[in-house]
Design a protein around this ligand. Structure first.
Ligand SMILES: *Cc1c(COP(=O)(O)O)cnc(C)c1O
Length: 343
């Protein structure tokens, strides 16, 4: 029995078409700015996000952390949602790399209200850190793939502009939000100083992320990328996968969302299973009442379904749909899990 892997949308393998595009890529040394495929991808993503420039980096973590390094320095404070990737899942990098102080605030499925952010801003006083930046995440991973309403992003952007703060958007899955909401990426990005975008999640590329923003900041971001060891050479081979993904794998995110809704519906119909959030995009959380997620995940694995304990409560399991697990396979996975639950 072939396992069905619903642990993450990062588990996808590059398709034959993508590999062909990678093989054909024209390349140069990108540290010299001479890789035409990287340059084309950077221009393409800058345009997609309505920004002056973009920078190709190996990972989403690096894209986010370059943004943090650009927007906050030693002793500065960055406000984030407490379950956000930049705050909770990047190894303490804001403090470790830049000496800035992150402050996690509670959100609603990861979405921060502008009023709560405003209340957290510190007055000018020698005792306090200076709040310099806000970071938001769209879609929100720990929020179960929650999509930010455009009005909520605008409210945070207005606050940032009014109070002289920078705003970063971790858009690792921004295109999932775009496809789910119909809001153009550049509208989401409009009030943000910097925006990151992952090619290696739902878009199906093997590696790579971008950080987009104003030209001078992105220029400075190249220095930070080099400092972090992220200056790659003939990385057009990877950029070609990203361009291919943007051409072929954006609209099809719809299918991942359809698979997630199917999964949520079928699991939610089972006795003892509760779906705490609607499946807005490609993440599904399911609470298995009276069971321990780590045990259940091991039993699902033995039955050919890979998934992860979600971690925020003991009975919660996380499933992620992606291009290598289309709706028919999701359906098959549910069948295997039902057999475990009945056994
Ligand atoms: C996956 C992810 C990232 C970046 O992860 P990398 O593994 O470093 O590419 C950033 N933000 C969110 C919300 C993510 O889910």
């Amino acid at each position: 029995m072939k396992p069905i892997d619903l642990r993450s949308d990062t588990v996808t393998r590059p398709s034959a078409g993508m590999r062909e595009a990678m093989a054909r890529a024209e390349v140069g040394d990108d540290v010299y700015g001479e890789d035409p495929t990287v340059n084309a991808l950077e221009a393409r993503v800058a345009d997609l996000l309505g920004k002056e420039a973009a920078l190709f980096v190996p990972t989403g973590t690096m894209a986010n952390q370059i943004a943090m390094g650009l927007l906050a320095g030693k002793g500065d404070e960055v406000l984030l949602e407490q379950g956000s990737h930049v705050f909770a899942f990047e190894g303490g990098a804001i403090a470790a790399l830049w000496g800035a102080q992150p402050r996690g605030l509670p959100g609603e499925r990861g979405i921060l209200a502008a009023a709560a952010l405003e209340a957290a801003l510190r007055p000018e006083n020698d005792h306090y850190p200076r709040t310099r930046a806000i970071s938001i995440e769209n879609t929100h991973n720990r929020g179960g793939g929650a999509v930010w309403p455009l009005a909520a992003v605008r409210a945070v952007a207005d606050l940032a502009a009014r109070r002289g703060l920078a705003l970063h958007m971790d858009g690792a899955r921004l295109l999932n939000a775009v496809v789910a909401s119909g809001t153009p990426a550049r509208d989401y990005a409009a009030g943000c100083t910097t925006v990151s975008l992952c090619l290696s999640k739902g878009l199906g590329a093997p590696a790579g992320s971008l950080l987009a923003g104003p030209r001078d900041l992105v220029r400075e971001g190249r220095r930070l990328r080099k400092r972090l060891g992220g200056g790659m050479r003939q990385s057009g081979v990877l950029a070609a996968a990203g361009l291919w993904a943007l051409d072929h794998n954006v609209d099809r995110l719809r299918e991942d969302h359809e698979g997630a809704r199917l999964l949520a519906r079928r699991l939610g119909d089972l006795p003892g299973v509760e779906i705490p959030f609607p499946a807005d995009t490609n993440l599904v959380f399911a609470a298995f009442r009276g069971r321990v997620a780590t045990d259940l995940v091991a039993r699902f694995l033995a039955a050919g379904v890979l998934c992860n304990p979600e971690g925020s409560r003991p009975d919660l399991v996380r499933f992620v749909t992606h291009l290598d697990a289309p709706p028919p396979l999701v359906d098959e996975a549910v069948g295997r899990m039902i057999a475990v639950l009945r056994g």
